[in-house]
Design a protein around this ligand. Structure first.
Ligand code: TRP
Length: 337
């Protein structure tokens, strides 16, 4: 038996992020921080979903800069191009190609029923374009191209993952097994982080209120200012309780950023007053993110390196994607080139 056949192939994990808004500490705590640990256990593929975000009108120069910045932020967080594939979706033409084919196996009614489509078309009434409707099919293509087993998704993307599974199953049933049917990956620890201004809402990467969300590359003064202004309540005791969503959210952030338990933080800050609690929480975030921000600034100063990593990532992605495309084309009866 060769050594190779002894080694079980690692499962493939795929995730994408749209280069819109900012990468928040909510994304960091709820997603990216978990991915770091997954990089050894799985073959991870992380894409900047720059085709998806075209469903909303973007300013070209800003968009290009933001996509590059997101890519650098991924790297600065510790996503490692030696372990994982990091790339831009638009660099691998197979995404669009497979999306077209999968469109022919997807019903208009299914897409019109998607919650996010309904929400987004209500929000952008003047631009309900085909891309907005087709968004979940492109996402299915992202996932299915790489024979993905696991997709770490938040609650807002669960419906889209379900559709990807439906499309894969449908295709496999018509022809023969072609796509791995992906499953949702539920993180062991995936704390949900709320807005600092409205603790009953999720911290959103595109919140129009600049104090609501903290970017992972905000400078220390900005971070401190946002934490000092965080909304709490008028009973100044630090406790983790459902009726104290603001304080509980800060405790979660404080705990994740320092590795300390909520209990020990409650013990220390119970009666210190909110000002000190918020300042120390902000301080902990500043310290945890300091190396991320420094690495980010260094990377943004080295565009050649970034372009190089992106090109290598795209090349590796393309190799896998091309294999799936050949299989798909054979099965559906296209003349092979
Ligand atoms: N739609 C996802 C979001 O907005 C981003 C995304 C694009 C994605 N392609 C993906 C997530 C594939 C998981 C897998 O959050």
């Amino acid at each position: 038996m060769t050594e190779q056949s002894n080694v079980e192939r690692k499962k493939i994990v795929y995730s994408g992020i749209q280069p819109t808004g900012i990468i928040t500490i909510g994304n960091y705590i709820g997603a990216i921080n978990n991915w770091l640990g997954m990089q050894d256990e799985y073959d991870c593929i992380f894409g900047i979903a720059d085709l998806h975000a075209l469903t909303v009108r973007q300013v070209p120069a800003e968009y290009r800069a933001r996509a590059t910045s997101f890519f650098a932020q991924y790297l600065a967080c510790g996503l490692d191009p030696e372990k994982s594939i990091l790339y831009f979706q638009s660099h691998v033409a197979e995404h669009s190609e497979l999306a077209w084919i999968l469109n022919c196996y997807t019903y208009v009614g299914e897409m019109q029923r998607m919650t996010q489509f309904k929400d987004k078309s209500a929000k952008h009434e003047d631009n309900v374009n085909m891309g907005l409707l087709d968004y979940p099919v492109l996402m299915a293509a992202d996932i299915l191209l790489y024979q993905t087993s696991l997709v770490p998704v938040g609650i807002d993307q669960k419906q889209h993952l379900e559709i990807a599974r439906d499309i894969a199953t449908r295709f496999n049933n018509i022809y023969s097994p072609t796509f791995t049917v992906p499953e949702a990956y539920i993180a062991k620890s995936g704390a949900k982080i709320a807005s600092l201004q409205n603790p009953s809402a999720k911290m959103s990467k595109s919140d129009p209120d600049p104090n609501a969300a903290v970017s992972i590359i905000d400078d220390p003064d900005t971070i401190m200012r946002k934490f000092k202004r965080a909304v709490t309540d008028c009973e100044p005791v630090v406790e983790y309780r459902e009726d104290k969503p603001g304080v509980s959210n800060l405790l979660t952030i404080f705990s994740v950023m320092t590795g300390r338990s909520i209990d020990s933080l409650v013990e220390e800050y119970h009666d210190t007053g909110y000002a000190k609690f918020k300042a120390d929480c902000g301080e902990a975030v500043v310290e945890k993110l300091r190396p991320v921000r420094e690495e980010y600034l260094r990377l943004m100063d080295d565009k050649k390196y970034l372009a190089d990593v992106a090109a290598k990532g795209a090349e590796r992605a393309r190799r896998i994607a091309a294999r799936t495309m050949t299989k798909v084309k054979k099965k559906i009866g296209l003349v092979l080139a």
